[in-house]
Write a protein that binds this ligand. Structure first.
Ligand SMILES: Cc1ncc(COP(=O)(O)O)c(C=O)c1O
Length: 485
């Protein structure tokens, strides 16, 4: 009668034991990571077929779960943390960040309001203020003035939030009241990330009111073309409300000229958002802060520590110069969330700075990472990656069979074999199928280029040197002659 009912939960003691096993598993994974083919060889549906169609009726032993991770999940992974991962942009991580994430998951707090976990909000405020100084960003972004920063999941969400703030600023809050009037226009370069077009669609601006602006030398936005497009729209009674400039485009790390764009935006009354998702991290080093020249003219700015700052996904840092514009656009005040701290006006409630209500304690992993490395440690790692990329670019320049396809200002080298598009695709596919490395392609000036993106935490000279050797070996096997398409 008095027997305790059987608990289905994992006991604290079992958690301690299994937790150690999982940390050991992770350590072993990192130790062995170079032995896996970087790009998964799974065929479509293969992982799905290995998973039972129905869930277990009774709970299973943890050993069985972990075994399936080894046998079913691992073969279906592309190893983003492999030092031989040179695809896309990095989505790197680090020991301290993983442990911070573990702690965040364990605490399981929701930071939607200051009152629902004051430390969650205030650590985030401090981290974002630290980063303003670390990246040399304008002081208007600091939380003790009119501005402030917040962690978003992704750069896409940051750009959308900026657009919503811009929309409301341009219409005096009327779009929120009545819906969009079809007159607002938004602008970004033809090389900007597709997140701008997505934000334009979600925010109700309408794709027909989105202007894709020509790029000039080096694939960066042409200010004269932007000025012309804005002037044309104004003549036609449109309301230019938002420009998204990119610091480090996805294709080739092209840098849009922020100062010239900012001056055009000021004159037109348009909101300038800066998307520095990957490249922003370079500004940790004073010698690379030129990428931010003119950023003081921006209304908002975002970069992703989850790309190149050793902080695991998801972590996008987003700042606004005038937080009232953002909060005004996004705030709703249901009765259930009312509380004395909010009413006092003395606290930040981050739910008003983002699309969802709930929010994870992401600042912990950032805090762990920044404290582990220190500013000098982060700078050293960034400089190391950039130096590796520059060495690689030098090898490309010296080999007459290859050419650089774009300037390589930081840690991405776009290059091609001179034999033409099909040959470069074949080269890419052979390299990726070998499992030795993973790289992806882009199209620049209508021609295919391969992208060597260096930013994985543990990539060293030997990995880059081997990649270059493998590239030349496979090119030789394909017996690529220039212009052989
Ligand atoms: C310049 C730029 N902006 C935005 C993104 C998308 O980032 P997120 O996945 O954080 O939305 C990328 C992704 O590579 C990018 O290169």
């Amino acid at each position: 009668m008095n027997e305790q009912p059987h608990s289905h939960h994992m006991s604290v003691e079992e958690f301690r034991r299994r937790g150690r096993e999982v940390v050991d598993w992770i350590a072993e994974y990192y130790r062995e990571i170079e032995s896996f083919p970087v790009l998964s060889r799974a065929k479509p549906g293969e992982i799905l077929a290995a998973l039972p169609p129905d869930p277990p009726a009774q709970g299973e032993c943890f050993d069985a779960i972990l075994r399936d991770v080894d046998e079913i999940i691992l073969p279906g992974l592309t190893h983003w943390q492999s030092p031989n991962f040179f695809a896309f942009f990095p989505a790197n991580t680090s020991g301290p960040s993983i442990l911070g994430e573990l702690l965040s998951a364990s605490l399981g707090v929701q930071g939607m309001l200051w009152a629902t976990s004051p430390a969650c909000t205030e650590l985030e405020m401090r981290m974002l203020d630290w980063l303003v100084g670390m990246l040399g960003l304008p002081e208007t972004f600091l939380s003790h003035g009119k501005g402030g920063g917040v962690i978003q999941d992704t750069a896409s969400s940051a750009a959308l939030c900026a657009l919503l703030a811009a929309r409301e600023r341009a219409t005096g809050g009327e779009s929120n009241e009545q819906g969009c009037n079809g007159l607002l226009t938004a602008y970004a370069s033809a090389e900007a990330h597709s997140l701008v077009e997505k934000a334009v669609k979600i925010a109700g601006i309408g794709r027909r009111n989105f202007r894709s602006i020509d790029t000039g030398a080096g694939h960066s936005l042409e200010p004269a073309a932007l000025a012309q497009a804005i002037a044309r729209d104004r003549r036609e009674g449109k309301i230019p409300c938002y420009v998204c400039a990119t610091v480090g485009t996805t294709s080739s790390t092209a840098m849009d000229p922020l100062r010239a764009i900012g001056e055009i935006c000021r004159e037109a009354g348009a909101w300038l958002h800066v998307d520095a998702a990957m490249a922003g991290t370079a500004a940790l080093c004073p010698e690379f802060r030129w990428i931010h020249d003119g950023v003081e003219l921006a209304d908002s700015y975002a970069f992703n520590p989850h790309k190149w700052m050793f902080t695991n996904f998801d972590c996008d840092c987003f700042w606004v110069a005038d937080r009232a514009a953002l909060v005004g656009a996004l705030s709703v005040r249901p009765e259930v969330l009312r509380n004395p701290a909010t009413e006092s006006g003395a606290v930040i409630d981050y739910r008003d700075w983002q699309i969802p209500l709930g929010r994870r304690f992401r600042a912990l992993k950032l805090w762990f990472a920044i404290r582990h490395y220190g500013v000098e440690g982060l700078r050293a790692e960034v400089r190391r990656h950039i130096a590796l990329a520059q060495t690689f670019a030098g090898w490309v320049r010296e080999d007459s069979r290859f050419e650089l396809a774009a300037p390589a200002p930081l840690n991405l080298v776009c290059f091609r074999h001179r034999a033409g598009d099909d040959a470069n695709l074949a080269l890419r596919d052979r390299l990726n199928a070998s499992g030795d490395l993973y790289l992806t392609h882009t199209r620049l000036d209508g021609r295919l280029a391969l992208r060597m993106s260096i930013g994985q935490a543990h990539t060293e000279f030997r990995h880059v040197e081997r990649a270059w050797r493998r590239i030349r070996e496979e090119a030789a096997r394909l017996s690529l002659a220039p212009g052989s398409d």
